[in-house]
Design a binder for this molecule. Sequence first.
Ligand code: NAP
Length: 310
Amino acid sequence: MENVIIIGTGCAGYTAAIYSARANFSPLLLSGNMPGGQLTTTTEVENFPGFPNGIMGPELMMNMQTQAEKFGARIEYTLVSSVKKTAAGHFEVISEDGTVREARSVIVATGASPRHLGLPNEKSLIGRGLTSCATCDGAFYRNVPVCVIGGGDSACEEAGFLTKFASTVYLIHRRDSLRASKIMADRALANPKIKPVWNSTVCEYLTDEKGEMRAVMLENLVTGEKTELDLKCVFVAIGHVPNGAFLGDLVDTDENGYILQTKGTRTKTEGLFAAGDVADHVYRQAITAAGQGCAAALEAERYLAELGVH
Ligand code: NAP
């Protein structure tokens, strides 16, 4: 029986692991299908304290992993499909391959996944001119037009990164002003390769004879006018969906699926804690996720102490 299982290996999960390992609980981390979480798909992180010159997202996550393992955290690469609380009061954490791991406490730090528009042929176009990760796929689209959909920090960051490769980066946003923070918005709008397309949404993906993206159909939300825009890749950056559905009734969620914390990082189920983007729809920053991971580990430690486990 594990004392602490941490589900997820983003900022929240690794920080929880560092604290829990230093409390001598030798926590078991279950990686999920994207080890390192969202920061592994980003470039330079400029706002994580302690790195005045910025740090690359993947490097930051590798550092966190090394730090957690140094103090005795263990990592297994598996995707959790459900969690159950037994009559005896402990947890069964069940992986996709059917493996059951038992634990006295569980910290859920599963983050959030990119949201899509929900257009009919969207899923089949992933990897054929549709993606949510500029860092992963941007270099495939050199000297051709591409677009980013969205108006937040992610959209601005992706658009800026893509200007290294693409001939033009259309920034398609459904309103006439960006949601992004001022520094990111100003930087994007000052970039001559980024062309904003305001008050518009993509209503159709258009493909060539090989089934690859060749254009999008834009709808102007003010005039209703529809126009075709030629491009080779669509980068969707319209926010995220929290990854908490596998917990079923063990947690309450808000209408968007974010886990509701009761006190600090506690949830409605004793011994089950939630930290980071799976529970935070307000701040959603690397540093706030790390802070919640720390809090969850400290609260799990107190919970274990109440059970007489030290
Ligand atoms: P976000 O702030 O929620 O922005 C999502 C954007 O997508 C919004 O502009 C929204 O439009 C648009 N959108 C949502 N649903 C849409 C739909 N169905 N069709 C068309 N457009 C749609 O998400 P985010 O940019 O991923 O940022 C998430 C969090 O991470 C934020 O807190 C952000 O500050 C943080 N972040 C920080 C950095 C950084 O500091 N370096 C980088 C990336 C992200 P509306 O504006 O009209 O709602």
